[in-house]
Design a protein around this ligand. Structure first.
Ligand SMILES: Cc1ncc(COP(=O)(O)O)c(C=O)c1O
Length: 417
């Protein structure tokens, strides 16, 4: 099947070109955590650098054991046999969507790659809206029931439900009650759940976080990685916790067979990093806590400016995203010929030099005035500035962050007037 480039990657490349040409672009379009690598993690990579053998397909024993312990500390019993380490969680998500039987059910909006991966796997997709006033990443439970019945009535075979906790694009975390209800619906309809928890450690309230694997342990596959909480996207480290029991074991065997033919293993040096980071020494715990605090401060500050300009936006509760809805500004936007999501993203770039990702990239209604902003690229354009942002008591008071926040505030106000 023909595959088009990921919208997020394509927009990032376009904005980087404009920046290279010297244009003053405020780049808020890319889901990069934008933070420096701690020295201890660079040391761990250095220690692994001489390891040039192929690693076991499932991952090194040390990395799998560390990952199992990491899940155990998050209320999810886990043995190393339930873990597979891979070059990024994206590869695991694609593999799981390919292996698990049935059509794919996605919340709308949802992360750009799920629908594309389902299409590559030759799967039919059923899209279910998130609750208008609730968190994203999970479908509205009533709408889910309805879509599942409609799908079956139309000859569909819904089999895999993909959830994102915390969510990209909305920057919100579904509360325990909703996660529980959606898990029960999945069980009642015989679905498997893939719970993409790549932003889990960046939930603003980590203690309140609940995984569907707590409610639906026999069929929930939890994926995670070090791209977001540790800002190690370029190192390509992902992992999955397979469910305990026969179904999990059978899927695990199929996953390892597929991995052995496609990527062989995660890079051996990265498995040393995985073992080190997932062992959670105090320096890593502190680093992630600071990252969480910084993302929280930045998303809340941008949210403030959006709301002051009359824009609707769910208050952020995790990750580093906002997903505003400019419907209240539609009349003002129409005067500029802006009548939908793509036109709005172009308008923000052309009129204000602000780069965002159109809501249509997330499967959202192209006529809606929604887009996603990633605040993580506000932290500074040098490693020193990003380091300072990470350790600042009030990062939003740092001059370069304040300047960007003011620029955003002025742009939102101008859009409204
Ligand atoms: C929701 C979500 N899942 C998965 C990924 C991919 O992560 P990885 O770097 O582990 O492949 C991303 C990255 O943007 C993401 O936002």
């Amino acid at each position: 099947m023909p595959v088009t480039a990921s919208a997020t990657v394509a927009t990032n490349e376009r904005l980087r070109r404009l920046i290279a040409e010297g244009k003053p672009i405020l780049h808020l379009a890319f889901g990069e955590a934008g933070l420096p690598v701690p020295a201890a993690v660079i040391d761990a990579l250095g220690r692994g650098a001489s390891d040039n053998s192929y690693a076991p397909v499932a991952g090194s024993p040390a990395a799998r054991e560390a990952a199992a312990g990491w899940f155990e500390r998050r209320r999810l019993p886990c043995t190393p046999a339930q873990i597979v380490i891979a070059p990024g969680s994206k590869a695991l998500l694609w593999a799981l969507v390919s292996i698990l039987p049935g059509d794919v059910v996605l919340p709308c909006p949802s992360w750009v790659s799920y629908a594309a991966q389902a299409a590559i796997a030759g799967k039919r997709v059923w899209s279910v809206p998130i609750a208008p006033d609730g968190a994203g990443g999970v479908p509205d439970p009533d709408a889910l029931e309805e879509t599942l019945s409609d799908a079956v009535a139309q000859g569909g075979e819904p089999g895999v439900l993909v959830l994102t906790l915390p969510d990209n694009p909305t920057g919100t975390v579904a509360p325990a009650g909703v996660v529980e209800r959606v898990s029960e619906i999945a069980r009642a309809h015989g679905l498997s759940v893939i719970s993409d928890e790549i932003y889990r450690d960046l939930a603003h309230a980590p203690d309140e976080f609940r995984s569907p694997a707590e409610y639906f342990p026999e069929s929930t596959y939890v994926t995670n990685g070090l791209s977001k909480s540790m800002a190690l996207g370029g190192w390509r480290i992902g992992f999955v916790r397979l469910p305990p029991g026969e179904a999990g074991r059978a899927t695990g065997a199929a996953l390892l067979a597929l991995a052995s033919e496609v990527w062989t293993s995660a890079p051996a040096p990265m498995q040393h990093v995985t073992a080190y980071v997932l062992g959670e020494p105090p320096g890593i715990v502190e680093h992630i806590a600071r990252s969480r605090r910084l993302h929280r401060a930045a998303t809340l500050a941008v949210h403030d400016r959006l709301v002051s300009a009359g824009v609707s936006c769910r208050p952020p509760t995790g990750a580093f995203y906002l997903y505003p809805d400019l419907e209240p500004l539609r009349p003002a936007l129409l005067e500029h010929g802006v009548d939908g999501a793509d036109a709005l993203a172009d308008h923000l770039l052309e009129r204000f030099g602000i780069g965002v990702l159109t809501g249509s990239a997330f499967g959202d209604d192209p006529g809606a005035l929604r887009f996603r902003m990633a605040t993580s690229l506000l932290y500074g354009d040098t490693v020193e500035r990003r380091r300072e942002a990470l350790s600042a008591e009030d990062p939003t008071a740092l001059p370069w962050i304040r300047e960007s926040l003011d620029r955003l505030g002025a742009a939102f106000d101008a859009l409204a007037s």
